[in-house]
Design a protein around this ligand. Structure first.
Ligand code: NAG
Ligand code: NAG
Ligand code: NAG
Length: 400
């Protein structure tokens, strides 16, 4: 109701952008650009039913020509599969990789827009929301990998994570050692060590969390876990239409995004924010947010210290042992990224990984945290490198 009034008022005051993609779902957007789309349901060991999306091939090839093995793309915190298809095909990571010959699978973790079913609980039941990245890594990732490998009759696949998605890949491989042989290589884009060295707005939020820790502990204890997300998109659509898609005024948008994410590259399409906020942020659980605060303030990638659901046997508080990650790792990062800073990667991630596991670290000048997936030149700066690495690795494998 309120949203309708706001939308009406805003329509009177100025034009709200009206890209068709603002009201489309991820499947509709993929279809709009002409890519072959499939949706699959995967049931996790703990009863969550996930929808994963598949783009079987690019525009210029057919099902019968499969040159590359599957790749699973795992999005960042408060995001879902939409972050990989938000731009026109030439700068949407999932479509770039499909056109390069990959069989692309897009992850939608439990609780996000497209994965809201459970064997026993509905999303209005607080028991549904009793999860954090511990469960994403242990249950969602393993279930999806096994499902994809069974579906495509492959024995291994590629992994591409962005931000939280990278952490989930590392956490999974450090606890489920048998999955190391199922991953041909991991492309880790803007991988947080612990986010301890985040700058800007997130730095301030972490400080507030630190000061009010007894209060958040009490909140966690009494309130259990619940959904964190945006239920109504009209207000963010309106705000970004005005501040990001209006000439001159868009400098305010640029400044605000700078404070949150880091300086935006010149190839970031500011006027597309209304499309982005029509899909993002997606939802997660309050416990997951608290888990990230815990990791950032303790400066350790550790298990959630709160109580997990009854059927979970996850250890509390102990750190993940990243030295058990054995799959080859390629890292993409940038000094303009204020959420995952170079110091975070150098101090809190790289020293934990086994020597020799990291095969390459690529620095992308001028990219902030979202530029990697949303900048209009990300094909050239990030994904063409990934395609080259895979082509070389696949040729080497065939030669063996
Ligand atoms: C598909 O092929 C056409 C004609 O050869 C070419 O113009 C176009 O760029 C190709 N598209 C992609 C995504 O590779
Ligand atoms: C593998 O896929 C087949 C169908 O393609 C299905 O019948 C079977 O249950 C699947 N196995 C697992 C372990 O998912
Ligand atoms: C930038 O975003 C606008 C608004 O959504 C869109 O019309 C335009 O095609 C985008 N430009 C590029 C280069 O992607």
């Amino acid at each position: 109701m309120l949203a309708h009034v706001v939308l009406m008022l805003s329509n009177l005051l100025f034009t709200v952008s009206s890209d068709p993609e603002m009201s489309m779902t991820v499947p509709q957007i993929i279809d709009r650009w002409g890519y072959p789309f499939e949706s699959h349901e995967v049931i996790t060991e703990d009863g969550y039913i996930l929808s994963i999306f598949r783009i079987t091939h690019g525009l210029n090839s057919s099902d019968s020509v499969r040159t590359c093995p599957p790749i699973i793309m795992d999005p960042s915190l408060l995001c879902d599969s939409s972050e990989f298809i938000m731009n026109p095909p030439e700068s949407s990571p999932a479509m770039i990789l499909a056109d390069a010959g990959f069989d692309v699978f897009l992850m939608n973790h439990r609780g996000t827009t497209y994965s809201r079913k459970h064997r026993d609980f509905s999303t209005s039941d607080s028991r549904y929301w009793k999860f954090t990245i511990d469960e994403y890594a242990k249950y969602d990732n393993t279930a999806v990998i096994d499902y994809v490998l069974n579906l495509t009759s492959d024995t291994s696949l590629y992994w591409l994570g962005h931000s939280q998605g990278t952490t989930l890949g590392f956490m999974m491989l450090s606890e489920r050692l048998d999955y190391n042989k199922k991953i041909r290589a991991m492309f880790q884009i803007a991988p947080p060590g612990t986010a301890h060295f985040a700058r800007g707005l997130v730095r301030i939020i972490l400080l507030i969390y630190h000061i009010t820790k007894p209060l958040t502990d009490l909140y966690q204890l009494t309130m259990g876990s619940h959904e964190v997300g945006i239920s109504n998109r009209a207000i963010p659509q309106m705000i970004t239409s005005f501040f990001c898609a209006t000439p001159y005024i868009d400098q305010i948008c640029r400044g605000a995004m700078h404070f949150l994410l880091g300086p935006q590259s010149m190839s970031f399409n500011l006027s597309r924010w209304p499309v982005y906020v029509s899909h993002l942020p997606s939802s997660t659980s309050s416990w997951n947010m608290l888990h990230w605060f815990q990791i950032a303030t303790h400066e350790k990638l550790e298990h959630f210290s709160g109580k997990h659901s009854g059927n979970s046997d996850l250890p509390l508080d102990t750190a993940y042992d990243l030295s058990r990650v054995l799959a080859p790792v390629y890292i993409f990062c940038s000094s303009s990224d204020w959420l995952v800073t170079p110091r975070d990667i150098e101090e809190d991630l790289l020293p934990l990984l086994k020597r020799g596991v990291v095969k390459g670290v690529f620095r992308v000048p001028g990219y902030n945290h979202l530029d990697f997936v949303l900048a209009t030149d990300n094909a050239e700066k990030v994904f063409s490198r990934i395609i080259d690495i895979v082509e070389k690795q696949e040729t080497d494998i065939r030669k063996l």
